[in-house]
Design a protein around this ligand. Structure first.
Ligand SMILES: [Fe+2]
Length: 198
């Protein structure tokens, strides 16, 4: 199975003003496409050819850096587009909200910790909500890594590579993270992934 670039689940203008058409055009059409193309080239002839994307990501981690970086970023970006929606943020579905309060203290504390993880990720990477040993945890990872290669299941992730926010926010990564949490997150999709993970 080779990698293919998925369509965005909304129009290029749909996330403005929090994420602009220009950002989505560069980020989806150029950056994500590059991961797809490079990943396909690097996958050819390896032992992971024909496996699922998750298997390729897990299998190549620590063994084939070039393939892992591109497959990992392909996996992360497929989900990133779905973790956002127009008029996002807002209420969290009941069962997920209950579990967040139980494991992370409160919704406000979860948002604070999630944003802090993104702010303190040095250089390129991602910050996450993930399910680990039955609990929701906040994580951060470098470059193309994700909770998937650290024994956890990602249910929400935010891309803090500069290509994700520099056009709209310049160097203000905290403002981008706040806008992501308050105005972009598709909590229904996060809840769906949570119920699959447990
Ligand atoms: Fe990205």
């Amino acid at each position: 199975m080779s990698f293919t670039l998925p369509e965005l689940p909304y129009s290029y203008d749909a996330l403005a003003p929090y994420m602009s058409r220009e950002t989505l055009e560069y980020h989806h059409d150029k950056h994500h496409l590059a991961y797809v193309n490079n990943g396909n080239n690097l996958l050819k002839g390896t032992e992971w050819e024909g496996q699922s994307l998750e298997e390729i990501v897990k299998g190549s981690f620590g063994k084939n850096a070039g393939l892992f970086n591109n497959a990992g970023q392909h996996f992360n970006h497929i989900h990133f587009w779905q973790w956002m929606k127009p008029n996002g943020g807002g209420a969290i579905p009941g069962e997920l909200e209950k579990k967040i309060v139980e494991d992370l203290g409160s919704v406000d504390k979860m948002k604070e910790d999630f944003i802090q993880a993104g702010v303190t990720q040095f250089g390129s990477g991602w910050n996450w909500l993930a399910v680990k040993d039955g609990k929701i945890v906040v994580m951060k990872t470098a470059n193309g890594e994700s909770p998937l290669v650290h024994g956890a299941t990602p249910i929400l992730g935010c891309d803090v590579w500069e290509h994700s926010y520099y056009i709209d926010y310049r160097n203000r990564r905290p403002d981008y993270l706040k806008a992501f949490v308050e105005n972009l997150v598709n909590w229904e999709h996060v809840a769906e992934l949570y119920s699959k993970a447990v």
